[in-house]
Design a protein around this ligand. Sequence first.
Ligand code: MG
Ligand code: ZN
Length: 240
Amino acid sequence: MAADPVLTRDVRVSGHGTAQTPGARVVQVQKSLMAHNDAVAAANREAFARCLVLNLVSSPGSGKTALLERTLSELAGDLRVAVVVGDLETDNDALRIHAAGAPSVQIVTGTVCHLEAEMVARAADDLDLDSLDVLVIENVGNLVCPAAWDLGEDLRITLLSVTEGEDKPLKYPRIFKDAHAVVINKIDIAEAVGFERERALESVRQVAPAAEVFELSARTGEGMAAWLGYLRARLDAKRA
Ligand code: MG
Ligand code: ZN
């Protein structure tokens, strides 16, 4: 007997969150939320005139905080970097960043699974923006809705680790499509976990043909030089 075909139901609705059929009011509220977010993001972008701002997004456990720790320690004494960290709970990541020697502000979002421009604006109030070269926003670990919320960043960096499926960019196209750069992390364990490099690169190219791709290990430091060179070049370009 033939296997049952896979039943796929498309329950997409516009906007963030639920799969309910949206009433007109729901759509209206969503639209005005996004309009408000975009306005605050534009104001953030003006406030961030002097520093390069990154919005770092990935699934939970891809190594965002580890990449930041390594990036901070390698740039220390050279560029002034601060970090805004978003998490559902705990300030563990901000403490790790602080231990790595950078000013950090934790945003605890509670039930909100992404950062919004307003949260970043409030966190940035605690930082001396004019003294910074780079501000990194570590978004909540989530590949879905952070894609919809502009924070006022210059660069969206999407991180993928070799322990995730090679087809992740195809499954979460929006967050990869809008990325300026894609970082493939944990390459030191690629062989052990059977990571198919060519297939992953092809997925990235398919969804985000213009994105710069960096393959590195935040743990061993392999590949970090190209990533750091990219950040320096983008900072110089912004200030030129
Ligand atoms: Mg983290
Ligand atoms: Zn969300």
